[in-house]
Write a protein that binds this ligand. Structure first.
Ligand SMILES: [Zn+2]
Length: 230
């Protein structure tokens, strides 16, 4: 495993207005990424995802983007089976990764993902911003990729900088870039997740990517992380 790893991920859900510009930034900086795409978006724009370069992996962000704390087991199963059917038709293979809408996941959901053949999940946020109501996973939340409760499935945590400052779209846009620069002088986590949405503004994105590169982070997509950590 490389010394410092950044998992670059894009949650692709409606609206997708900024997706092509975000991808341009990623491509220009030559970094691989995983796109967690909803079935609804995939259904409408199959060509957009079929023709991505091979270092961009398309994974599952459920079908409708309804939050899983509001769904019963049957509804969750349908979210996945609708997605799997569509994905198989487009890519002629199975998706490997999953990210729950709004990061809301529980033990039962992880079990279901495993049953459906997913190799990794990337929903669990180890440090949650204190002012936000935490609705996510209730179990242990380690900071490096791990197997929750000894399961086969690998959890790739959505880990931010120190003090739970996320390396995520809205934060990157709103916090002055200087703050990230200072944080990375004091602390460089071994593993970090960059989490962008298809509707996020691009402000600071490229500077953050360059900062991570300067700090010797190697960018990997979800499948590459799975290969390294399984
Ligand atoms: Zn989402």
């Amino acid at each position: 495993m490389p010394n410092r790893v950044c998992f670059a991920s894009i949650d692709v859900e409606h609206p997708i207005d900024n997706l092509s510009q975000i991808l341009e930034v990623f491509k220009r900086n030559n970094i691989p990424a995983t796109l967690f795409v909803t079935g609804k978006v995939l259904e409408q724009h199959p060509g957009l995802f079929k023709n991505l370069p091979s270092n961009y992996e398309v994974a599952c962000h459920s079908f409708t983007h309804r939050f899983w704390n509001t769904l019963d087991s049957e509804e969750r199963k349908k979210e996945l089976s609708d997605f799997l059917f569509l994905y198989q038709n487009i890519f002629n293979k199975k998706p490997r990764g999953f990210r729950a809408p709004s990061h809301i996941i529980d033990e039962e959901a992880l079990e279901l993902l495993e049953e459906k053949g997913f190799l990794y999940d990337s929903s669990i946020v180890p440090h949650y911003p204190p002012f936000k109501k935490y609705r996510g996973y209730k179990g242990k939340r380690p900071l490096l990729p791990y197997s929750p409760n000894g399961r086969k499935i690998l959890e790739i945590p959505v880990r931010g900088q120190i003090f739970g400052v996320p390396l995520a779209g809205a934060w990157i846009t709103k916090l002055p870039y200087l703050i990230y620069r200072i944080l990375f002088i004091f602390y460089r986590p071994k593993f970090i997740t960059l989490s962008i949405h298809s509707w996020d503004k691009l402000k600071n994105l490229e500077r953050i990517i360059r900062l991570l590169k300067n700090k010797n982070y190697q960018f990997l997509n979800g499948s590459e992380i799975y290969q390294n950590y399984k």
